[in-house]
Write a protein that binds this ligand. Sequence first.
Ligand code: A2P
Length: 301
Amino acid sequence: CTKKYLLNSGFYMPAVGLGTWQGQVGSNASTEMRDTIIYALQKGYRHIDTAAVYGVEEIVGEAIRMSGIPRSEIFLVTKLHSTHHAHVEEAFLESMKRLNCEYIDLYLMHWPQALTLDGNPTKTPTPPETWLSMEGIKKKYPDLVRSLGVSNFSEKTMEELLKVATIVPATNQVEVHPMLPQHDLVKYMNDHGILTTCYSPLGQYVPAILQDAHILELAKKYSCTSAQIVLAWEVSRDLVVIPKSTNRDRIMQNITYPELAPEDITFLNDFYKAPGMHRRLCQINGGTPTGHDIVMGWTYE
Ligand code: A2P
């Protein structure tokens, strides 16, 4: 999949990226993560999604430098950790140093909710205030950061941000998969020229999706896997996907999709409405708040 989208900042963003969310710091995990990223880049991925809080920025930077792929061909995303909303410049420069990759393509506010340095929720700075600090980074270091965006923003929180913003966020990264299609949120973002990126695009907290009989039937119809069906549906909606895998077969699967017939896209659009689906989702999550709860206002409204 070589699809790209034109961001409101004038830069292009590849539709498929490699997520690095489950990366852990630790010698084996580091080597595995680095080799995974190098493999993905050599097999055609041109977009890597990471975050300060994942603890793998140094590994991501090292992998990019070792891959042999020119920096200019790679779209690199990282995120401001919630503990640093009052210290945006410091956090940004630390990420730059760890990545050591000339510039960042897209810098995201990871969550609207600010935390104190020791990790407790705090009311200040507010998301609009943090956004203005991020705009300050873009103005002060225009060569070091190309586009700015947010993550885990609801419509309501975005509306507050847009009241003060002089730069409209290029993207909003939220949890999206067939059980959480986010139709309304995506429409709101589209109406404001903001691209949506899907995290957990395979629904990693909802294993039932990839094993669902109807989705498996579609996989049979298109001679591919259920993961490819789900990702193909998300990309058909003009969304960005950042599936994470350390398995080489799955890394290849996750960037190669069939083109789905309109009736199959409609089926997947409505998949979450199927009887019993919400009950299954709640049972699987066992009462633990998901990205959905947070986007819907569990953490910040
Ligand atoms: P693995 O790294 O062993 O491949 P998400 O990106 O939605 O958060 O999902 C990530 C999870 O899904 C990881 O546990 C990953 O495991 C698994 N995964 C990634 N790609 C595929 C795929 N093509 N088929 C099945 N599982 C996948």
